[in-house]
Every structure is written in structure tokens, then in C-alpha cells.
Design a protein around this ligand. Structure first.
Ligand code: UD1
Ligand code: CA
Length: 462
């Protein structure tokens, strides 16, 4: 196993055309650097250093505990960056293995890194290569007549014959420490980009008679992300991996190509996911839940057997057997206890619906507690904000809130109480009472007929 890992992540990523440092871009639930470090983690290296530069603070904020950042003040090339990383390592023995990885390779897998780390052949260096149909943008791997790797030439420094080579340098290496340190000293910046290339170390070592072992793999594992379209390609491949893993574990998906589940999300076997579902952050879906079509859920939990469709959930807890949607918005602090229902065009925020409570249509419930089995009639809302402060509405168990009730908070409604449709309720309602607030209805007989006659008379006048 490698003793040390250096991840290069100081570049700006100009070709991304984005203010965000390149390795801080997200794909399928993790930043690029996050994916690389996830692939590294099971190797349990003694030390892991990430070389940061552009947007250093932002990149550092994504680093897990135990990973050490090293600042490369000026981005003078991958060779220079590796030297900055080496300086940040403690206690490097000459025979130690130092793995160097580029931070823009989110598709790296742990299996590939295990193969790379295997130093049983005692070579000075191992490097990952792959044959690409379209190798443009990558450094080409040059082999001699006997098939041995002799050097890596950057595309901009290639002649026509070299440019036609399909085998590329992936940007993942395992070096014997003393060889890396020695060879880096010999790297110059005399090339098309005026940079110190780490790739020159390969040619230098071969020139000294050292043997170099290529580790070949598929393009899907080593795509380097330099542009937004490559980021999208990587996202699709990462998403496909996550979806495959979930389906293999017993999750049902109608259309994995249109199912967007972050790596950080937990979905239990037996859950059913329809197309157009985005599950992000710390979201969990329990067995037997049906999610989608068209659900966006972040940092939310969906309980066993719940149904959630055409809905947005942010920081919401949906209990066992609940129904949500179609067309519901559950904002942070929403808790639906077992069997509760939030139906069509209902918005909730900082609100708990007790067991079996229902708000089936056209409601806003903010800063409220609704007791078990209570029903919120269509069009009823909490008036929780007086323009200055938010106030609480507390509704007891088995309450019937009539349609179009304005619940003016702060307000407490006792168990078993009823409110009449169309009421603006401003005072607390005691247990079991009916509260009704409307003006008396007036009926004027024969009105319609008289109105018609008036209209007809007016017409003949004109
Ligand atoms: C590099 C390789 C190329 C390889 C390709 C694979 C070199 C010279 N070229 O090219 O052979 O085929 O990756 O994707 O190594 N970085 C720093 N500091 C710097 C420069 C770069 O930390 O001064 C980091 C970047 O943030 C990035 C990584 O090193 O994560 C690679 O740099 P990048 O500019 O993307 O190199 P490529 O041109 O893609
Ligand atoms: Ca790159």
C-alpha cells in the first residue's frame, strides 16, 4: 500500500469557464476532489496531501479531516506542484511509495488504485494509461519497439506521429520516493507551456535505465475533467455507477437514466424510484417507499411505505406510510408523523403533522403543530407572520379545520374543536367547541328576475 498520497488540485481550470476552482465542482453528490479522496481512503495511506492554489480556501473546505493541504502559490506545472506536495510530507523514507494523483479525475476507482499501489515488481514507477478513441488534450504515452514506455509527451509538444497515438497518460502514478525526488530535480520548463511537467519524470527515469510499469485501464475510469461537457459526461458515468449499485441491492428504478441519486444518499432495498427524481445530500428513503415521478429531495427522509410524487422536500421528515403530493412543497422543519398526508398545492414549514393528520389541498402551514387525525380543510392557512415576527399555531387532536379558515397566530385550538368554513380565527378555541367567524348570509328573493328586467329596459332606451 502507498505510504503517501499527493493529490494535485491547485489549478484554476480555465477551460471550465467558471469562478469555482475546478476540483470544487460537484458531480453526482461529491466534488471532484471528494471523489478522488473517496477512492484513496480505503488504501489508508500514512499521509495524504492535497496541493491547493486557486480558490485554496474553497478547496480546503471540502477536504475531510486528516487530509493536509499544501499551498502552491503559483501554478508552475504538475511537476512543481508535486514538489510542493513532497515538501509537506513528513518522514519520507527512500523506499516509500508515493502516489501522485490529479484532482480532476473523479472516476478513479479504489480497485484501480490498488492495482497502481502494488509495488511487488519493484519498479521505479508505475503509471496508469488508457487507450482513447479521441485522445485529444491528453499527454501521449510513447513506447519503444519492444513495447516499453519511454516517455510521455504533452499534446502541445507532440509531433504528428506522436499526436496519432491513442494511448494516454491518465494522471495517476506510484513512485519509489527516492526516484521521484531525484528525477523531479531534473525537470525543466522548456516546453510549449513553459511549465514544470511531472510527466517529464517518466522520461528522466527511463533515461537512467529505470523500468517503468504501465497500469492499463478503461477510459471510463480516468477521464480528466477540463470542461463543463466533460464534467457532465463524468456525472453521467458516476450516476450510472451509483444507480447500478442501488439496483443490485434491490432498489427498483423505472428509468435509471433519468434518476439522479447522490452518492451520499441512502436508499433501502424495496424502495421504488420513478423518473425525474433528484435525491441529494443527507437524504434517506426507506423500504417500500414510492418516490416520483418528479421529486426533488435534499437532506430529507422518506419513511417506509410512504408515497411522494411531484414534490419538493428540503430538510423534511416524511414518516412511515405518509402521502405527499402531487404538487407539495415541504420546507425545512417539516415533520409528518406516521400516515399523515400533505396533498395538492400545500406548503409546509417548521410544521409537524401528527399521526394520520391531513392537509389535502391548497394550504400553507408555517410554524404549526397539528395533532393526530386532525384535518385541515381546503384553502386553510396559518397566518404566522404579522410583518414583524413569526408566531405559532397549535392545533390539537381530532380537530376539523373548515375550508378557507385563516388561522391567525399565535393561536391554540383544543382537541376535537371545529372551525366553520371561511372563518378568520383570531382567538384561541377551546376543546370541543365550534368557532365560526362570518357575517350572516342575506337572501333577497326575486333579485335575479328584477335584474334581468332592468337590463332589458336599459337596452330599449339606448
Ligand atoms: C495532465 C498531464 C497529461 C495527462 C492529463 C490527464 C502533465 C504535464 N500533463 O494534463 O499528460 O494526459 O493531465 O488528465 O502533467 N495542477 C496543480 N498545479 C499546477 C498545475 C496543475 O496543482 O501548477 C493540478 C491541476 O489542478 C489538475 C492537475 O494538476 O488537477 C492536472 O493539471 P491540468 O492542467 O488539468 O493538466 P492537463 O493539461 O490536463
Ligand atoms: Ca486535466
Amino acid at each position: 500500500m502507498p505510504n503517501h498520497v499527493i493529490v494535485l488540485a491547485a489549478g484554476q481550470g480555465k477551460r471550465m469557464m467558471s469562478d469555482l476552482p475546478k476540483v470544487a465542482h460537484m458531480a453526482a453528490g461529491r466534488t471532484m476532489i471528494g471523489w478522488v479522496l473517496e477512492a484513496v481512503r480505503p488504501l489508508q495511506p500514512t499521509s495524504t496531501v492535497v496541493v491547493v492554489g486557486h480558490g485554496a480556501e474553497q478547496v480546503v473546505s471540502h477536504l475531510p479531516a486528516g487530509v493536509v493541504p499544501a499551498l502552491q502559490e503559483e501554478q508552475l506545472g504538475t511537476g512543481h506542484a508535486t514538489r510542493v506536495g513532497l515538501d509537506a510530507l513528513d518522514d519520507v523514507g527512500p523506499e516509500d511509495t508515493i502516489m501522485v494523483l490529479y484532482g480532476d479525475m473523479p472516476l478513479l476507482t479504489h480497485d484501480l488504485l490498488e492495482r497502481l499501489a502494488d509495488r511487488s515488481d519493484e519498479v521505479a514507477a508505475r503509471m496508469v494509461t488508457s487507450v482513447f478513441e479521441d485522445p485529444s488534450g491528453y499527454g501521449r504515452v510513447i513506447r519503444d519497439g519492444g513495447g516499453l514506455v519511454v516517455e510521455v509527451v504533452e499534446e502541445r509538444d507532440c509531433d504528428d506521429a506522436q499526436r496519432a497515438i491513442g494511448e494516454i497518460n491518465a494522471g495517476a502514478y506510484a513512485f519509489r520516493a527516492k526516484d521521484l525526488i531525484d528525477a523531479l530535480g531534473g525537470v525543466s520548463n522548456e516546453n510549449a507551456q513553459g511549465e514544470y511537467y511531472l510527466t517529464d519524470v517518466i522520461g528522466i527515469l527511463v533515461g537512467r535505465g529505470e523500468r517503468l510499469q504501465p497500469v492499463e485501464t478503461t477510459p471510463e475510469e480516468v477521464i480528466g475533467i477540463n470542461s463543463q461537457d466533460q464534467l457532465t459526461e463524468a456525472r453521467q458515468l458516476l450516476q450510472a455507477r451509483t444507480n447500478q449499485r442501488l439496483m443490485a441491492s434491490g432498489v427498483w428504478m423505472l428509468d435509471p437514466d433519468r434518476t439522479y441519486v447522490d452518492e451520499t444518499v441512502t436508499v433501502q432495498a424495496g424502495a421504488r424510484i420513478y423518473p425525474g427524481v433528484h435525491l441529494e445530500g443527507n437524504t434517506t428513503v426507506a423500504a417500500g417507499a414510492q418516490v416520483g415521478p418528479d421529486v426533488f429531495a435534499v437532506d430529507s427522509s422518506i419513511g417506509a411505505g410512504a408515497t411522494v410524487w411531484y414534490a419538493v422536500l428540503r430538510g423534511a421528515v416524511v414518516g412511515e406510510g405518509c402521502e405527499v403530493g402531487p404538487y407539495a412543497s415541504l420546507r425545512p422543519g417539516t415533520v409528518l408523523e406516521k400516515g399523515a398526508k400533505v396533498g395538492t398545492f400545500v406548503e409546509t414549514k417548521n410544521t409537524t403533522l401528527g399521526e394520520g393528520a391531513k392537509a389535502p389541498h391548497l394550504s400553507y402551514l408555517g410554524d404549526a403543530t397539528v395533532g393526530s387525525r386532525s384535518n385541515i380543510g381546503a384553502g386553510s392557512i396559518t397566518c404566522n407572520y404579522d410583518g414583524y415576527e413569526k408566531h405559532q399555531t397549535v392545533i390539537g387532536d381530532d380537530v376539523f379545520i373548515g375550508s378557507d379558515t385563516m388561522l391567525v397566530a399565535p393561536l391554540t385550538i383544543g382537541d376535537n374543536a371545529v372551525t366553520g368554513a371561511g372563518s378568520a380565527i383570531t382567538d384561541d378555541v377551546e376543546e370541543g367547541a365550534l368557532a365560526i367567524e362570518r357575517s350572516e348570509q342575506v337572501a333577497i328573493p326575486g333579485y335575479s328576475q328584477r335584474r334581468a328586467e332592468r337590463q332589458a329596459a336599459k337596452k330599449t332606451e339606448d
